[in-house]
Unconditional design. Structure first.
Lengths: 311, 403
């Protein structure tokens, strides 16, 4: 089972480091007491224990301390980087950094070689990893290489992602909601029809007179499971289409919640986002978080983490 | 400073290394009791002789805290000394000297040192897929704020293989690299494994060509230079001199030890090619009043061939940079002039998680106590043992001597 590549989570201690990288700057800490450089970020100097560190911009000039080329990916989601050129790099200031080398031919990698930094944008919103390359290469910013770009688009304007293109699949999980779907009304007639069909004719759903007096909502509300299935009437404009699979299976749900009621007569609409993409021996598993809201209500009435399996 | 040599390993037990898929599944507490019984039987001592317990904490199945108390309760023993050791592959060596120290301080007279490493049975609601997911990052922490989660994993730096590979590459750049010398470490140890029935590779020959033809995992390491994880588990009984006189076998006295660590990722070592065992071994030899040339065997922790090379050099058996020449010039088998990992090493015996380090400790005890059967060395009195955890991060050394 594999999911997205692990991403750094900045802490209150390391935040200046990651923020600087996003601005194509390398900042590391120096001790105001003993002048030692410190990496990775801490609140204290590892040489003298003083808590007087200052962030300083450095050039990123470095030499290669050691490296290895992997012939088996260290994690399955790094299979698009094979061979991974894992490296330990020593900055001019003397501190070492775990990183990867890019754009150097295998036979040209030499321990001790001079290197310069690459500010590699790894997400569309500018998250940056620090990589290194040979001094003769172009350094500086490396633009986000969106794996979805250049893929064909169908007649609905959806980018067609082959189920075999792992990096493109991973790029779908950007945690961004689609636009809202069309809207539909959930009226008492619809609720009554669902009560007949399901056998759930509890008064809270079917008796407007009693609900007016006894319900905390002062009206009948739709069954949670009714609102859940109404998803089929909502046209969600997914920006992608998965292609190139043999079978697509609705694998069920990882999470189903009904956080807010849908009073009879409400107008609902929905939207979704790709929450996770993972691969396993079963195939590619896409988790689509579907949210249905009463129009104007920030709190969703249905949260459904749908799991779709492609193989 | 240090030990007077008044505590000894007097008994041992070790599960035969087996593949996880086919090994018996037992609760860790159940293994602790079973291994304790076997080790006490080996020593000729009784449960009520035990008054100390040293156990592993991480990966203990039935508890993550209060492990010694739970184990003492389960065993039905009362102890004056309880300790958890969390030093990866160095845990075995570290458990033994802690036990010896406690005995010499008069805290206790017989200490059970134990690491269960068979899988526990899954509970009715436990999902094996969930466990696989939990194991995904190996020994790497993914906790918020863990330096490796923030600065290593996003770059794909994960696992032991690539760390050891980078150490080997750095060594190669400084001193040169002789692939066939490195392969010979695995080959000579495989020879030894043919004389240990429990070794996972018993009955399977290995040549230098086989090693070099095996798959490259991370340059320059081939798959046959890397240990195979197996299910297992081990225990030893460390006892006072007085109790040792009652033991069935010749005791192996702990006369020297050393321990050293200062980083988890070797990227932050002062010099990647000078390993922590350098300091650990120096202390151990000084404490014992012996030197490497006094050793009749070396049981060197061998998660990778590169670990053996660097340990031989840094522990003082051969000068820095000359290890590969030494390996080629010497027969490292139990029949040779430099008996190394006479049980096959973990490379050929199998690595049962942290208990793998006990394969070296127990082989030293077997040789000293004349229990090594077909691979018995003659006149084996002094044995050097090393342990290594993490990525050459935490290392320890023991000097064991026959009484």
């Amino acid at each position: 089972m594999s999911t997205l590549k692990p991403m750094p989570l900045a802490t209150k201690i390391s935040k200046p480091y990651w923020q600087a990288l996003e601005q194509n700057q390398l900042k590391i800490q120096q001790c105001n007491d003993c002048d030692s450089w410190v990496f990775y970020p801490r609140n204290h100097c590892t040489a003298c224990f003083a808590h007087e560190l200052e962030w300083k911009e450095v050039s990123g000039e470095a030499t290669l301390y050691s490296y290895t080329l992997t012939r088996i990916p260290t994690m399955p989601e790094f299979s698009d980087e094979m061979p991974q050129a894992l490296a330990v790099v020593e900055l001019k200031e003397g501190v070492r950094v775990n990183t990867t080398l890019i754009d150097i031919e295998e036979q040209d990698i030499q321990i001790g070689m001079p290197l310069k930094p690459i500010f590699d944008k790894v997400t569309a919103d500018g998250k940056t990893l620090l990589r290194f390359t040979a001094v003769n290469n172009q350094g500086g910013e490396r633009k986000f290489d969106n794996p979805l770009e250049g893929l064909p688009v169908n007649d609905k304007g959806q980018v067609q992602v082959p189920v075999s293109n792992l990096s493109a699949l991973y790029a779908l999980a950007d945690n961004k909601f689609t636009e809202w779907s069309n809207s539909i009304e959930v009226d008492q007639t619809l609720i009554n029809a669902f009560a007949d069909l399901s056998g759930d004719d509890y008064w809270l759903h079917t008796d407007p007179e009693r609900a007016k007096v006894e319900s905390p909502f002062k009206t009948t509300i739709a069954h949670g499971s009714l609102v859940q299935v109404l998803q089929s009437r909502l046209t969600i404009a997914l920006p992608f289409e998965i292609v190139g699979f043999n079978t697509m299976v609705n694998y069920g749900s990882n999470r189903l919640r009904f956080p807010a009621p849908v009073p009879a007569g409400s107008i609902i609409h929905g939207r979704s986002k790709v929450k996770d993409v993972s691969t396993s021996h079963k195939g590619v598993q896409l988790t689509l978080e579907m949210n249905i809201h009463v129009q104007g209500n920030d709190k969703p009435s249905v949260i459904n983490d749908l799991v779709i399996l492609y193989r | 400073m240090g030990l007077a040599g008044n505590a000894a390993i007097v008994g041992a037990a070790q599960y035969k290394p087996e593949k996880y898929q086919t090994a018996p599944q037992m609760f860790h507490l159940e293994q602790v009791a079973d291994l304790a019984h076997k080790a006490l039987t080996d020593a000729g001592l009784h449960k009520n002789d035990l008054d100390g317990l040293v156990i592993n904490g991480p990966h203990f199945h039935e508890a993550s805290v209060f492990v010694p108390a739970m184990a003492a309760e389960y065993l039905g023993i009362e102890v004056n000394f309880a300790e958890v050791v969390d030093l990866g592959g160095c845990t075995a060596v570290a458990q033994v000297w802690r036990a010896a120290m406690a005995i010499e301080m008069g805290l206790c007279q017989a200490v059970l040192c134990v690491i269960p490493a068979r899988m526990a049975p899954l509970g009715p609601t436990e999902d094996p897929a969930w466990m696989a997911q939990a194991m995904r990052f190996g020994g790497h922490s993914t906790a918020f704020g863990a330096p490796e989660a923030e600065f290593d994993l996003p770059y794909g730096h994960m696992g032991q293989n690539t760390g050891y590979a980078m150490i080997a590459q750095r060594y190669a750049a400084q001193y040169g690299y002789d692939k066939s010398a490195m392969a010979k470490i695995a080959v000579d140890q495989r020879f030894n494994a043919q004389y240990h029935q429990d070794a996972i590779f018993n009955g399977k020959d290995l040549s230098i060509e086989d090693v070099l033809a095996s798959k490259l995992v991370a340059d320059p390491l081939h798959v046959l230079e890397i240990v195979m994880p197996v299910a297992g588990g081990a225990a030893v009984i460390v006892a006072s001199k007085e109790l040792a006189q009652r033991a069935k076998k010749r005791p192996a006295f702990v006369t020297g030890f050393g321990e050293r660590l200062s980083f988890k990722s070797p990227s932050y070592a002062k010099d990647m090619t000078v390993t922590p065992v350098a300091e650990a071994a120096k202390r151990a030899f000084n404490m014992a009043g012996l030197s490497p040339k006094d050793m009749h065997a070396a049981q060197i922790y061998d998660c990778y061939t590169i670990t053996v090379l660097l340990s031989l050099e840094d522990a003082g058996f051969v000068p820095k940079g000359e290890g590969q020449r030494f390996i080629k010039e010497h027969n490292l088998t139990f029949k040779g002039d430099f008996p190394l990992n006479t049980h096959g090493g973990q490379l050929s015996f199998g690595q049962s998680a942290a208990a793998g380090g006990y394969s070296q400790v127990i082989e030293a005890f077997d040789q000293i106590s004349n229990s090594a059967q077909a691979r018995q060395l003659s006149g084996c009195d002094n044995v050097f043992v090393s342990g290594t955890g993490g990525v050459m991060s935490e290392q320890g050394a023991l000097i064991l001597q026959g009484g």
